[in-house]
Design a protein around this ligand. Sequence first.
Ligand SMILES: [Zn+2]
Length: 151
Amino acid sequence: MKPIDIANALQINRPETGEMVGVGLYRLLRLVALEDILGSGASAVSYYAGKKMGKELQLKKLDDFLALCEQLKIGQIKIPTMTAELIHVDVHECVTCAGLSPVGRMLCHFEGGLMAGAVESILGKHVQAHEVSCIGGFGHETCGFDLQIHD
Ligand SMILES: [Zn+2]
């Protein structure tokens, strides 16, 4: 089976309809369909898929990652903490979960993985993301991610 790479997937030919879709379609795929098939395994699969993709983007600097978040409309990104060991990222208006009635668990593993993978390739160091707050998971103000940087 021939894989569909990122560049190919992002070639969009929809002259009438345009390249934007509603957030709803993404959420139905990410939160409903994926969990329906994979159950609790959806979290790990989403994180791993995000991380792999984040690395494959081969971004060179943090600004490229912020530009990507803006382009993909992941949310409003703030980075209040950045040290050699830890980057904290806050996502306001998270694409995955902003507005949900809280479900009592973290939801944004794909985004965490994407950040970990992107920062890993930017820094050339091993990076792990932990979601520490979640809007749709717990009613927090942001989806917050601690990116732990290891040599
Ligand atoms: Zn979240």
